[in-house]
Design a protein. Structure first.
Lengths: 233, 233
DNA sequence: ACGATTTTTTAGTTTTGTCTAAAATTATTT
DNA sequence: AAATAATTTTAGACAAAACTAAAAAATCGT
């Protein structure tokens, strides 16, 4: 696996994330995501195409090649392992880890990352509940859905949160919802899309549409993991 | 404290280290240290002078300003804390940590470094025995001398090793010499500058000139620390 | 379908950090 | 104290990654 510049890595990572939603990524989307100009995106796409990291015909949008996806998964692995380290060992709070990991992820020493992984006990999810690719870039795909889509009275475990602001963190702490929390939806109100949620056997409480839209859960049909996923070799 | 580029930081760090030996640093010395060309050095010196990080008149050599020294100590603090982390937590061996820390040191998030420091228990020396600057950039200056200069029969503690190759590590492990080892010199031979050294009450053994030149010690007139310097808050 | 709008690409600059080759300065030697 | 040698600086170029402005292609609305 070759080495790529910080800038190249940021493009690759952004394409990978945007691809999840849409099938193909456009110049404007990427420029917007990276806070850069469309012209800069086109320049970089030409470079990455030459390096065979993506498929790209002028005006047609782009998609990572297999090689490109492998590179992206490597970057995401580094990012999420550092996030885990920052939260678990250095006691950074939930909403602070992303920014710091943005810098650390570009230190691409394979041995460093593999030893860090081992030191952390091979965690499978980062502090936001997103899965961490393993040494081979394999990722555990969990069938997570948005809380707004969870059917009534189905027990589910909070698996990730898409917003990462300190504001949502404050609200979630107040409501006692965290990654790994088991809950079920008791009622939904069409008027404002708010919902009533219950944790364990405690009294149900209300959650706004805005909050529900940012919380993702794994429905636990039978009984699943407790979300604190930690595994020692 | 402003932010500097990786390249600027490497120049600042190199000047700081070269200054220790000589009072003022020359263009060629620096070019040689950084494996770059003299012309590139001159370019960068002009930039750093504008930023008031060093004193420099054309053809006169350069010296860091107070501000420049502060910046250098910050970089060295980051470097050595990461080295400590790599050796102590990730179990990297002694001769591998420097290279990895060269990359990590450029992630300049103050909170990250201060929390790392705390997590590691505020270590005072890195795995090579070099002192780690504290939050305020203060460094513990120990009166260390080269083993070749140590007088006969003076007990001393190995405080640092200048070479960092795996070859010297292998040799030192075989001779059972490490940072913190207490020893004294029993005999010196003028012919080849080899010497006989004794650890504790064990039989003395021979050390070559080449090895002795790379080992630095702190003479322990009375009794000093055991070199395993570790302090928890 | 065709003119208008939006999106994307091209062309030409800029900045940072590097380089080579040549000029300027300092140091050394006889 | 010249002449020579070594060091240092200047001048001009280049590559990476960004930008602006303008041209080209695709898409949309009627």
């Amino acid at each position: 696996m070759l080495n790529y510049s910080t800038s190249e890595e940021n493009y690759i990572k952004a394409i990978f994330h945007l691809q999840r939603q849409e099938g193909t990524v456009t110049t404007n989307e990427l420029a917007n995501e990276l806070k850069t100009k469309p012209a800069s995106v086109t320049d970089m796409m030409k470079k990455l195409k030459v390096k065979k990291l993506l498929h790209y015909q002028p005006y047609q949008g782009f998609r990572l090649s297999n090689e490109g996806s492998k590179v992206a998964l490597g970057i995401i692995r580094r990012h999420r392992l550092w996030e885990y380290f920052l939260a678990e060992k250095l006691k950074f709070s939930w909403d602070e880890v992303h920014e710091v990991a943005e810098d650390l992820e570009h230190v691409s020493n394979k041995k460093l990352i593999d030893k860090l992984d081992e030191y952390l006990g091979f965690p499978r999810v980062d502090p936001h509940g997103d899965p961490i690719p393993d040494v081979n870039g394999r990722i555990e795909i969990s069938k997570k859905i948005c809380l707004t889509e969870l059917a009534l009275n189905i027990p589910a475990t909070v698996s990730s949160v898409s917003d990462q602001s300190s504001e949502i963190l404050e609200l979630m702490e107040h409501k006692k919802i965290a990654i790994g929390t088991k809950l079920e939806v008791k009622k939904k109100f069409d008027f404002d899309s708010s919902m009533e949620v219950r944790i364990n056997r405690q009294p149900a409480f209300t959650i706004s549409r805005q909050l529900a839209e940012n919380i993702f859960v794994t429905p636990s049909l039978s009984s699943l993991s407790n979300g604190e996923g930690k595994r020692n070799k």
